[in-house]
Write a protein that binds this ligand. Structure first.
Ligand code: GTB
Length: 214
């Protein structure tokens, strides 16, 4: 059955692979599943056809036969459960990996997104200058805790899993700046980005941006 995902027709990240379709593309590449991409404009995302797929009018979505999913974490979990290679076989190890998936999206990503919101949406507000150091301290705390836990390990818990895939995509959103204080975290991100599946996913989403330029 053909898998179709949605992505920005014109991503504000200009091909840097920061929008959340990147994690879905990467997961599909890791498990070797071909997929089609339907590019959507900002207007189309808020139109009834897309809202039927995604109640919040966002990307990414995932369609496979009668199944339609939204939420990148749920999509990656679905892919990892349906295909071998992204979650451990052992039940306890699998439960821990899923726990780390939630940690990436629920504990680490929010503090990073908060800084983006503070910058992009509230950057002109009078409170931003005072607020930013607080927001950045919250990120520093999380990065320090994560760096301590990863230590010298290659991945979060044993072999590479969907948890690492999500965590690397979340940390990439920092765009440098705060990660450098933790060389093991910078190396962790680089290890994820070096995976052939990541490279293929990145090239495919970059091609969307490049095609629009040419
Ligand atoms: N919780 C949802 C999920 O994980 O799937 C969040 C989905 C979401 O935020 N989608 C964004 C979207 O559709 C795109 S990824 N936004 C349009 C809208 O809400 O109207 C967020 C994103 C956008 C841009 C960059 N960037 O330019 O760097 C990075 C991340």
């Amino acid at each position: 059955m053909t898998i179709t995902i949605t992505a920005f027709e014109s991503s504000p990240d200009r091909g840097r692979g920061l929008a959340r379709d990147m994690r879905v593309r990467w997961a599909l590449e890791e498990v070797g599943q071909p997929y089609a991409v339907r590019l959507v404009s900002f207007a189309a995302m808020k139109a009834p056809a897309h809202l039927g797929l995604h109640p919040f009018g966002q990307i990414p979505t995932y369609e496979e036969g009668d199944l339609a999913l939204f939420e990148s974490g749920a999509i990656v979990l679905h892919i990892a459960q349906r295909h071998a290679g992204l979650l451990p076989e052992d039940g306890d190890a699998r439960a821990r990996a899923i726990g780390w998936m939630f940690a990436a999206l629920n504990t680490v990503e929010p503090v990073i997104v908060e800084r983006e919101t503070a910058r992009l949406v509230e950057g002109d507000k009078p409170w931003t200058e005072a607020r930013m150091p607080i927001v950045e301290d919250r990120i520093r705390t999380r990065l320090g805790q994560l760096a301590d836990r990863i230590g010298a390990a290659d991945w979060l818990d044993g072999d590479f899993s969907a948890a690492d895939l999500l965590m690397v995509t979340v940390l990439r959103r920092l765009g440098g700046g705060l990660v450098e204080a933790h060389p093991n975290l910078a190396a962790y991100i680089a290890r994820g980005e070096a995976r052939p599946a990541y490279q293929r996913a990145f090239a495919d989403q970059l091609a969307v941006f490049t095609a629009r330029q040419g």
